[in-house]
Design a protein around this ligand. Sequence first.
Ligand code: GCO
Length: 441
Amino acid sequence: MKKSGQAFATFPKDFVWGVSTSSFQIEGATQEDGRGPSIWDTLAARQGGIANGDRGDPACDHYHRWPDDIALMRWLGLDAYRFSIAWPRLLPRGRGAPNPAGIAFYDRLIDGLLEAGIEPWACLYHWDLPQGLQDLGGWPHRDSAGWFADYAALCAKCFGDRVKRFATMNEFSVFTFFAYALGWGAPNISNQAEHLKAIHHTNLAHGAAVDALRALVPDAAIGAIHSVQPARPQSQAAEDVEAAALFDEVWNKGFPDAQLLAHYPPRIARLIEPYVRAGDMARIARPLDWFGLNHYSPMYVRAEPGGMRWGFEWGALPESLPKTDIGWPIDPDAFRQTLLDLTARYRLPIYVTENGYGVGSGEGADDPRRVDYLAAYVRAMRQAKRQGADVRGYFVWSLLDNFEWGAGYGTRFGLVHVDFKTQKRTPKKSAHWYRALIKAQ
Ligand code: GCO
């Protein structure tokens, strides 16, 4: 067995090494310079909305400390940085007059990245929907496709001269499922019809945004980012196997199949039909340049009548599988297989836009288990590539410990430790490891 930190997997020279973050998770400054509220601000303000009563402030105070963060990226030797643009910073109510101060923030960030020789990869939506649009009905409202396309056009006009890599949204299946089936994520609704509408309309919004970006930035490479985690039945009982197949459609296939194959997978298709109008599938399936894969671990499910509005529940994990500190299975071979499966199914270059290791609070800068996890996953990626997977880049989630949604600041995924009281940043062992890996290429 090769130990992490020694023989590094080597990749082609043009393989892209990066890290990913998202606006609400790192920026803080939620009420500064004209930013409007997002649905996550609303959830965080509610009693019991987020663990420990945590809020989007201070997060990593990246809104002010971005030069330090770019310096960290430079030290790491990154080729690229994936961040997301906060819709409510650009359009405080979601539509209408743009906010110049919000645009200026991303101008500074993008210029700073380019000066550091780091390619900006901008994701237009990482879950922070302007509350003003939620008040109008949010994603279940069909007009959301137009709202998003207008916002995408604004991003293209403001940043398209310098940003050439765009992703429309991050993990469509996750935010729609959490928000509209589980009622955990903002805006906490649990209703299958609303969920189905949100699925279809975020797909329509994606297609409309691709058209807007293409028209305004003809030389852009445009993709979408999906969470794909193999769906496994808890047992071989027929109902568990069927539950896993349904979960696979809801979590893994519902969005990329629509966007890249122009149809919904069969079980979802039946349910979503009432919301699909003539011409919609062609509106959704616009040509794309790359596939963004967020991958962490396989997921286990079991049948449960009425469970999660869909008839399934989280299943027990096999005892034999090792797990991360927050209980996610560690299975690098599932990553290898996922890369091969996605290459065969969608035939696009794949960029791994998230992969990482989460720890409950208490972690300092000594994180050997994260190093082992990342090393094993990078090795699995190299193996997949050798076996024919068209994988072109890898972004660790995440640069910094940050606001981990419902878990607040209690769960840490960073390569760099953040003391949220002082905002002091300390590169962890894993940051040193990643730096050495990139250097060895
Ligand atoms: C998601 C997001 C990230 C998370 C990360 C760790 O998958 O939820 O893209 O924002 O922080 O995946 O859970």
